[in-house]
Design a protein around this ligand. Structure first.
Ligand SMILES: Cc1cc2nc3c(=O)[nH]c(=O)nc-3n(C[C@H](O)[C@H](O)[C@H](O)COP(=O)(O)O)c2cc1C
Length: 185
């Protein structure tokens, strides 16, 4: 069976300082069926090549949106990318813009906050599943299947209570295995 084609769209405004997303991206990029794109590097001025982005979407089966959580959402370019690329007649509404129908959406995110903060009554009050709902509904409206998000918590410098290099390495390996094991249908 042919390997699914995976598009990894990374949104990280300060990737040169990244610890978590760098570790995840390095593991994912080892897979031959992953097309890796560093969008903040590609579009530092937010001027997105919409046709190119849409063409890339069409050529892949699984679209991974990888980014650090920023203010309980994603970096600004991710929002801009959604606004510009997921156009009426291309991505939605159902029955009119069906080009992404049947593909899958995976949000792969890192947080500074610990897992325990992401619950009712915790410091951040809501679970990650709840906070990611705008992405989930975007995927659903555009006909993509929403996959369970891949979340790495406590991605801070070790000196500030962040997870150890060993733990981060383990999570990055899990990410690799998850992407490698993805099948269509
Ligand atoms: C502007 C800004 C906003 C942030 N907002 C959140 C947040 O809402 N929740 C959280 O847990 N961490 C937040 N963080 C921490 C980042 O999620 C964390 O630094 C990042 O996931 C680490 O990944 P990296 O090593 O790839 O940069 C924020 C960081 C910045 C700079």
């Amino acid at each position: 069976m042919a390997k699914p084609r995976i598009l990894l769209n990374l949104f990280h405004p300060t990737f040169e300082q990244s610890r978590g997303n760098r570790a995840l991206a390095e593991e994912a990029r080892k897979l031959a069926n992953v097309t890796f794109r560093n969008l903040c590097q590609e579009y530092p001025d937010l001027k997105i090549d919409v046709k190119k982005e849409q063409h890339l979407l069409l050529e892949h089966d699984l679209i991974v949106f990888q980014h650090p959580v920023r203010w309980y959402s994603g970096p600004a370019l991710l929002k801009e990318w959604q606004d510009q690329v997921l156009q009426y007649g291309f991505a939605y509404p159902p029955g009119v813009g069906d080009k992404l129908n049947g593909k899958c959406w995976l949000s792969a995110v890192t947080t500074g906050g610990p897992q325990d903060a992401y619950r009712s009554g915790g410091r951040n009050n809501f679970t990650m599943s709840e906070l990611l709902r705008p992405f989930q509904q975007t995927a659903t409206l555009c006909g993509l299947t929403w996959l369970p998000p891949f979340v790495v918590h406590s991605v801070l410098p070790v000196t500030m209570g962040g997870i150890s290099d060993e733990e981060l390495g383990k999570r990055a390996e899990e990410y690799h295995i998850l992407l490698d094991g993805f099948t269509i249908g």
